[in-house]
Design a protein around this ligand. Structure first.
Ligand SMILES: Nc1ncnc2c1ncn2[C@@H]1O[C@H](COP(=O)(O)OP(=O)(O)OP(=O)(O)O)[C@@H](O)[C@H]1O
Ligand SMILES: [Mg+2]
Length: 261
């Protein structure tokens, strides 16, 4: 199982949209078995699959329960190849509980729990809150690849240096295989000069950037009301094709890095 963490300290940059649609493309175009971890107390990824509630264990229990049974926590979605661990406000309390629990390691809980299902999935995709907290650090410790969606605006690079530093520290201290694979531009508009020039700017700052950009389309917001990945809601729209290309580019990058190893 390869673990992807989708992260940016900034809100509203399409982390959840990207985590859901990358998972959908991996599952439904490439036939991969995917586990999504909703690692945000807002529970937006859970909502996208109609599974946001307080009746079932989820990410909070993965963080806080020593003997968590992953087969009880994981839920099926309506897509055969996509399962999910859901989140709700209980994740806030669970994270506080973990911070106070000095008795066992605080940063390796996802990693340890995922070992239970290591052979059952090809990919695990983690959707994070716009924050660095103990469960986002758990995501980094469990991950192979860091993907950073970003929108181009005056504040787009705010927090990127801190995020990169956090990734570098996690690699050094806790997870030597962690790979800052790259940023990708979301909600791109060709008519917007800032979007066009912004890419060069990000590259000039030395951050790796995917060639693929995700174009802005009104269909994306509509797809959240329909609670469907864009490939189902509007298969031929530009953003759906973009997510297909992004996943192809991702798979090429990781197969290149696998051959280098
Ligand atoms: N390509 C796109 N075109 C148009 N709208 C988009 C696109 N991608 C995302 N959006 C919209 O932008 C908004 C923010 O997206 P999303 O919730 O995925 O961001 P986020 O980074 O997960 O936010 P948060 O930090 O709150 O978790 C949503 O309304 C979403 O529908
Ligand atoms: Mg989100």
């Amino acid at each position: 199982m390869r673990v992807i963490t989708v992260i940016n300290l900034k809100g509203g940059v399409a982390k959840t949209t990207s985590a859901v649609n990358i998972s959908d493309k991996l599952a439904n175009e490439h036939g991969k078995k995917v586990l999504i971890i909703d690692n945000d107390k807002q529970g937006n990824a859970s909502k996208m699959f109609g599974l946001h509630n307080y009746d079932h264990e989820g990410t909070a229990e993965v963080m806080a329960d020593r003997y968590v049974d992953m087969h009880r926590v994981i839920q099926k979605t309506c897509y055969e190849n996509i399962d999910i661990i859901t989140a709700n406000m209980n994740l806030l309390t669970a994270n506080l509980k973990v911070m106070l629990d000095q008795a066992r390691p605080q940063q390796t809980r996802f990693k340890k729990a995922l070992q239970q299902v290591e052979t059952e999935y090809d990919f695990c995709v983690i959707d994070n809150a716009p924050d660095i907290n103990v469960s986002t650090i758990n995501g980094l410790v469990a991950a192979d690849d860091v993907l950073v969606p970003l929108t181009i605006d005056e504040f787009s690079i705010d927090g990127l240096a801190e995020l990169k530093e956090q990734v570098d520290n996690t690699r050094e201290d806790l997870n030597e295989k962690l790979n800052f694979l790259g940023c990708f531009v979301t909600q791109f508009e060709k008519s917007n000069e800032a979007d066009v020039q912004g890419e060069d700017y990000i590259r000039a700052l030395g951050y790796p950037l995917f060639e693929t950009k995700i174009h802005r389309t009104p269909k994306m917001k509509q797809s959240t009301f329909a609670r469907e990945p864009i490939s189902i809601y509007s298969p031929r729209c530009r953003a759906s094709r973009d997510y297909s290309e992004l996943v192809n580019e991702y798979l090429e990058k990781v197969s290149d890095s696998d051959t280098e190893m």
